[in-house]
Each structure stands twice: as C-alpha cells, then as structure tokens.
Design a protein around this ligand. Structure first.
Ligand SMILES: [Zn+2]
Length: 75
C-alpha cells in the first residue's frame, strides 16, 4: 500500500499527517492506515496514524480526508 495519501486535496506522508493532527513536529510516525470509522462532521473517510510526538509518548491520531476534523488518543 502506498505510503502517501491525499488529505483535503494535498499529498501527505505519515509524518506530515501526524503533524497535521499534532499541530507541531513529530519525531516518528507509523504507516498510514484506513480507520474503521467515518468522520463525525462530514461522514468522509478517516485515516489513522500512530506517531511519537516525543521520546516518551505515543499517540494514535485520526484525520478526515475531506474536512478539518481530527482526533487523537494519547497514552
Ligand atoms: Zn470530515
């Protein structure tokens, strides 16, 4: 599966998708996956990415491919 996906008309990598969700630079990100949920705002397709905003943290983030909606689960 391709590493790069399209979000809101722009190509994103795992790192740039994680940065969209986090709002700042991240250290590392896992490959982008299709989330088994749809956007609560527009019912669009949602992408999932796991990433590390810092050495001690791991976040699972979700981002709608069609609108500004995103969510994150911080461990
Ligand atoms: Zn949406």
């Amino acid at each position: 599966m391709a590493e790069n996906r399209v979000v809101q008309g722009r190509m994103v990598t795992p790192e740039s998708l994680a940065e969209l969700i986090e709002g700042e630079d991240v250290m590392d990100a896992e490959p982008i996956r299709d989330a088994d949920r749809s956007c609560p705002d527009c019912d669009g397709d949602v992408l999932q990415v796991g990433y590390m905003p810092s050495v001690m943290a791991f976040v699972t983030g979700w981002k709608c491919q069609e609108c500004d909606w995103s969510d994150a689960d911080r461990e």
